[in-house]
Ligand binder design. Structure first.
Ligand SMILES: *Cc1c(COP(=O)(O)O)cnc(C)c1O
Length: 398
């Protein structure tokens, strides 16, 4: 690895145990992607040929007929909705986001209307479509989906994520069968899922993955599926896709990451991740008020995490105060905290550089040790923490 650029820029050298977070720079790019991007930048390419090359790489890995590289998974959602609306009608492509007489309704299960940092449904609306929610947040049924299809339905979007409601939802296979019976294309958001074939196999017409998450590519989206729809995605470059275009380095970088995925030492990576988890379990054993449990990924990715539950009375600190202390100072460790008000956070080992697991263990023991000496429980009301965060966002760049 080349020399760490962060100190030169005056930026903190954070250690990421929160997972593949866009807000932290997503993932560690694989060396093959870095080298390919480096070699691509000084050259010229016929971009349509380069896109065709990437299409073949994507098709090979996903089992789809064709593929298309987008700027991100988020823009991949917008572009696929646009593709479903316009097909290959060039004039309609130029007119978006004015839908005119095009079909413009996109069905989504209410329990899938989540935020990944921005609302998923906004990515649909960007194409000029309207989202039609199906069912309620806590349940959706086949009859609700079937009954929501009209002659205005352009597509149906299915989201796979740890964020979605994970019970009482129409499963993808049923979702696709119902939509296909009425000629409605199914597009899947599988941004963070490792399985590159499963969702197409279960009936998706198009699937999109983030190139910069588990794949370790540059910031990008990887769309795969039906050739006809992929062609319509590509043509959005002449319309709303232009503002979301990808450059040569992105197409080449993510293609290299995909090719490297085929030969990646998945078992070796799993073993290294397991070793990090074991290190943390051993470090935390016997700490008052700390329970550490290895838990599987909620969407069945081959990835385990450590769930660290904090009993504030025993540990003398709340989970969220501990997380913010870990993130402070000159050895910041950023934990996975999306459920922190429940009194736990996760340690995700998938984005560690060698040896960083030991720093994480040291920092945990350091902050737990300090808290143990406190007379009062270190406890900021969670609602204050949240309001402070909101305030901080509004003050950027200060
Ligand atoms: C990360 C994520 C996105 C956004 O991915 P980008 O490639 O960063 O745009 C969309 N949907 C889900 C479910 C995600 O996890």
């Amino acid at each position: 690895m080349s020399k760490d650029i962060r100190p030169e820029l005056g930026l903190r050298q954070i250690v990421n145990v929160s997972g593949t977070m866009t807000t932290l720079g997503a993932s560690i790019a694989v060396p093959q992607a870095i080298e390919a991007m480096h070699r691509s930048l000084p050259q010229f390419f016929e971009m349509s040929a380069l896109h065709r090359y990437a299409s073949e790489v994507i098709a090979d890995l996903t089992g789809g007929e064709a593929g298309f590289v987008t700027a991100s998974c988020a823009s991949g959602i917008t572009i696929r909705v646009a593709a479903a609306m316009t097909g290959t009608d060039l004039l309609a492509i130029e007119r978006l986001p004015d839908a005119g007489t095009l079909k413009n309704e996109v069905l989504m299960l209410s329990g899938h209307m989540v935020s990944f940092g921005a609302p998923v449904e906004q990515m649909v609306r960007l194409a000029g479509a309207r989202v039609i929610p199906v069912g309620q947040a806590t349940s959706s049924s086949a009859y609700q989906l079937a009954g929501s299809i009209t002659d205005r339905t352009a597509a149906a979007l299915f989201v796979v994520s740890h964020h979605v409601v994970d019970y009482a939802q129409v499963p993808l296979k049923t979702f696709a069968e119902i939509c296909h019976a009425r000629g409605v294309p199914v597009i899947v958001d599988a941004a963070s899922e490792y399985d590159l074939r499963l969702f197409l196999a279960q009936g998706a017409d198009l699937v999109v993955y983030s190139g910069h998450k588990f794949l370790g590519g540059p910031t990008s989206g990887v769309v795969a599926g039906s050739k006809q729809l992929i062609r319509a995605c590509y043509l959005q470059n002449r319309g709303i896709g232009r503002g979301m275009k990808v450059g040569k380095e992105t197409i080449i970088g993510v293609s290299a990451a995909l090719t490297a995925w085929k030969t990646r030492d998945h078992a070796g990576i799993r073993a290294r991740e397991r070793a990090a988890l074991d290190t943390w379990v051993a470090a935390l054993a016997g700490r008052p008020g700390v329970t550490a449990t290895i838990v599987p990924d909620p969407t069945n990715n081959p990835l385990d995490r450590l769930k660290v539950t904090i009993d504030p009375d025993e540990a003398r600190i709340t989970a969220w105060n501990l997380a913010s202390r870990l993130a402070a100072g000159d050895r910041p460790v950023i934990v996975r905290d999306h459920e922190i008000e429940h009194g736990h956070f996760f340690l995700d080992p998938c984005n560690l550089h060698p040896q960083e697991e030991h720093l994480v263990a040291e920092r945990l023991l350091e902050e737990l040790g300090k808290a143990a000496l406190s007379n009062d429980v270190i406890s900021t009301p969670i609602e204050e923490v949240w309001l402070e965060r909101e305030k901080a966002i509004l003050n950027w760049p200060d």
